[in-house]
Design a binder for this molecule. Sequence first.
Ligand code: NI
Length: 154
Amino acid sequence: MAAELIRFGVAMDADLLARFDEHIEKRGYATRSEALRDLVRADLAAAHVADGGLAAATLTVVYDHHVRELTEKLNEMQHELGEHVVSTLHVHLDHDHCLEVIVLRGPSNVLKEAADRILATKGVENGKLVITAMPATTHEHSHHHHDDHGHRHD
Ligand code: NI
């Protein structure tokens, strides 16, 4: 499903372009076009997530399992999230600490609220949510006006 490629000119301050070229070379990009496409995709994905669009995420938490009822609380919160929890990886880090990676999918605002609640729970020592737009949704948006290519994105 190769979409039509369109060339367009971009006017940019020479100094800004020089810095961009240096930056993308370090990052391993072969061409400016490739780097620009990734920037555009990242920005669209960020906007999609910011607008409460469908997202996929991992929430990593490190917690002290000796804290009273914490394990039960975390378990209960995940049950409340229902189908938004895709999978959970649990590692017994050391004598006191557990690391959990919770894979989530759903509306970004639901996932962010759930992550905030889990991270704010007493006994959760640190953690981080990494959230990105569902590939299917950005893919669909990227060629929303070309509905003639004979496959579906559900
Ligand atoms: Ni554990």
